[in-house]
Design a protein around this ligand. Structure first.
Ligand code: IVH
Length: 677
């Protein structure tokens, strides 16, 4: 084999195995290799194709993400018109019987004649596309458009991994057009919207709109990031393919060719259709994707052509609907709920509406940014969506139905549960309660945070116990923990006297702590362990910190405006101070000296650079810290000294530029030695 032939063989091998892995993953839902191995194969193929551009083909998996943004979509004339389906709106079993009656009449069947055989499948709620395979290779994908002419969306459809770029057969037909639905799973839709919400971007109303929007996205790179799926449900033009005699046979054959076909389907008489409709109705919420009904089709293709169609609808198919998952209703009030992390969620109280199979009276509005963007007001007529297990949400407003005088909704400035300041930080989509440990909504979370190992380290105070203590009303605030008695504790479910005694001992032991641990335990937003240490070192005492202004807080290394504001807001609230005082009154102690950064370098930030003549880096750092100083990694205007060794680099230059005082090792030792006992 020549070198070029060897590369070509390897490329073919890689494409085949990637296609097989895609099929296993996206169609069979049974992955065959770990992601890392898949990525390795993919990168190898990409590299080979980049080196040998002549080996590139349209069915290469690397083409799934490629190309430049489109100018617009070219029109595609469908060789076989894409029809729509008649809708049966009677959602009872009479709907199926009426369809069977019509079919039998059209076929001239009498009552005594044998039953007609039907195929039943799901009516997917997405976007219809026609996939054209020539000699087994996907060459074109088009939307339905008006049924005669659609849009060429080949580039975007190529990014859908459930769609094979090449049919899995050694003898592909010259032409095979497959029709089906591009859709978005509910979980993928939720994550897409969640990400948009976190960015403060516009969200999609439902999976169908998201799927349609993604397919009609002019930039294939964006389409590629949308996790679209596909189900085949029919044929367009075929040439040189032995078309099976039945619709169910066609779907089985498409599955063999590597196309995803939904397994929720059945074949039988009208009674089976009724059973299928009822069975799917009962499981509709549990399906991973939206459906708006089921579809019945005469199974025999010969009978289908005998029946033909009226206008644009075949006589041999019908869509039997389910109750809608989106409905209009009115907003009677907007309330704000507080989550266990303090997040404020606006919730619309609605005029009761039957949607997605249940009566809905509340729907989430997600967050402050979303309610502003959608501009939902009390009195508005809104679209409510409820699909699957997902909580009902308001997805849109009908602005022309707004009653006069409806005022824009403003998120409250105070937490509706505890009255603490509610704040929305710059660039954030959520408003939050700043109450933390005093807010009943956040009680359990605050207690768990307080008790964790790196905070107050109360061994044995885990989720189960906190849950019981709070639910039983035994512990309402942090100080309550220190007032617990053995009797109360032993009353708790599954709490043996010995464990109760152990927990009490752990609570007692936690009274002796350090200032950084205590600060971290308070759960002030943005104050993690490291910031707590910095604060303790800088201020020395809790009282100094509690009385610090925002300006004073900004002097602390690593503390920026958001953190400074958060700390200041926390201690500015009398009830937070009250909790701190009560905790102190419960006997919580720390040696001020430990955290108080006494010593010649108290409150000073030092940067080390270069190699010192005698001290190692660690030794120098330990020495500085033991004298109350803090060692930082980079030089800023807040740096007090830079200790310079040999081969010092950019830190020295920066210190000189900023005019930060320089010391050598001897100078450092002298500074410390002057005061160090
Ligand atoms: S068959 C001649 N089967 O419903 C029948 N359509 O109004 C052609 N749809 O635009 C369509 N699930 O997007 C068929 N299992 C299914 C379907 C289905 C969803 C959509 C399709 C079409 C519309 C028909």
């Amino acid at each position: 084999m020549t070198a070029v032939a060897a590369v070509a063989a390897r490329v073919a091998e890689l494409r085949a195995s990637i296609a097989a892995h895609d099929h296993a993953y996206y169609v069979l839902d049974a992955p065959t290799v770990p992601d890392a191995e898949y990525d390795r194969l993919f990168r190898e193929l990409q590299a080979l194709e980049a080196e040998h551009p002549d080996l590139a083909t349209p069915d290469s998996p690397t083409r799934r993400v490629s190309g430049r943004p489109l100018e617009g979509f070219a029109p595609v004339t469908h060789r076989v018109a894409m029809l729509s389906i008649r809708t049966e709106t009677d959602t009872t079993e009479a709907g199926a019987r009426a369809f069977d009656g019509r079919v039998r009449r059209e076929l001239g069947l009498a009552d005594g004649d044998p039953p007609v055989v039907y195929a039943a499948e799901l009516k997917f709620d997405g976007l219809a596309v026609n996939l054209r395979y020539e000699d087994g290779v996907l060459v074109q994908a088009a939307t339905r458009g008006d049924g005669e002419t659609g849009e060429d969306v080949t580039q975007n459809v190529r990014t859908i991994r459930a769609i094979p770029l090449r049919l899995t057969t050694d003898a592909p037909p010259p032409v095979l057009e497959v029709r089906g639905e591009v859709y978005l799973r509910r979980d993928d839709f939720e994550s897409l919207n969640e990400a948009a919400r976190n960015r403060g971007d516009k969200t999609f109303v439902n999976p169908r709109n998201a799927a349609a929007g993604s397919i009609r996205q002019l930039d294939p790179a964006i389409a590629a990031q949308r996790p679209l799926s596909f189900f085949a449900y029919g044929l367009g033009e075929t040439q040189g393919w032995a078309v099976p005699a039945t619709h169910s046979g066609v779907l089985d054959a498409l599955l063999v060719l590597g196309l995803p076909v939904c397994h929720e389907r059945t074949v039988g008489t009208v009674d089976d259709l009724i059973r299928f409709h009822a069975d799917i109705a009962a499981r509709r919420d549990a399906l991973p994707f939206d459906i708006d009904g089921v579809v019945y089709k005469v199974d025999s293709l010969a009978l289908q052509s005998q029946l033909g169609f009226v206008t644009r609808e075949p006589r041999w198919a019908v869509a039997h609907k389910y109750p809608p998952q989106e409905m209009l209703t009115t907003v009677e009030a907007i309330e704000v709920q507080v989550g266990r992390t303090g997040k404020l969620t606006p919730v619309a109280r609605l005029a009761p509406v039957f949607v997605g199979g249940v009566t809905v009276t509340n729907a989430t509005l997600h967050n402050a940014s979303e309610i502003e963007r959608k501009d939902v007001r009390v009195g508005d007529t809104v679209i409510v969506r409820r699909a699957g297990d997902v909580i009902p949400e308001v997805v849109g407003v009908m602005p022309d139905r707004r009653p006069p005088g409806a005022a824009p909704f403003a998120m409250p400035c105070a937490c509706p549960v505890c009255g603490s300041l509610a704040v929305r930080e710059e660039g954030e989509v959520d408003s939050r309660c700043s109450g933390g440990l005093i807010c009943a909504a956040q009680r359990k979370q605050a207690l768990l945070h307080f008790a964790q190992r790196r905070a107050m380290d109360i061994d044995g105070l885990g989720e189960k116990i906190v849950e019981q203590l709070v639910d039983a009303g035994i512990v309402r605030t942090l100080p309550d923990l220190y007032r617990l008695g053995l009797l109360k504790l032993a009353e708790l479910e599954r709490m043996a006297e010995k464990s109760a005694a152990n927990l009490l001992a752990a609570i007692d032991a936690s009274r002796q702590t350090t200032l950084p641990r205590f600060l971290f335990a308070l759960g002030i937003r943005h104050v993690g362990e490291a910031t707590a240490k910095d604060l303790a070192r800088h201020f020395g005492t809790l009282d100094a910190l509690m009385d610090a202004s925002v300006e004073a807080l900004l002097q602390v290394e690593q503390v920026g405006p958001v953190v400074a504001e958060s700390i200041h807001t926390f201690f500015a609230q009398p009830h937070q101070r009250e909790v701190v005082e009560q905790l102190r009154a419960c006997g919580i102690r720390w040696s001020e000296g430990e955290a108080a950064a006494k010593g010649p370098l108290a409150g000073k930030t030092v940067v080390l650079t270069g190699t010192l003549p005698t001290l190692t880096r660690d030794a120098a750092q330990a020495l500085i810290e033991s004298c109350g100083g803090r060692v930082a990694g980079s030089v800023s205007a807040k740096t007090h000294f830079v200790v310079v060794g040999s081969e010092a680099g950019s830190k020295l230059a920066r210190a000189q530029a900023l005019g930060v005082p320089l010391l050598d090792e001897a100078g450092l030792l002298e500074l410390l030695g002057a005061v160090v006992p």
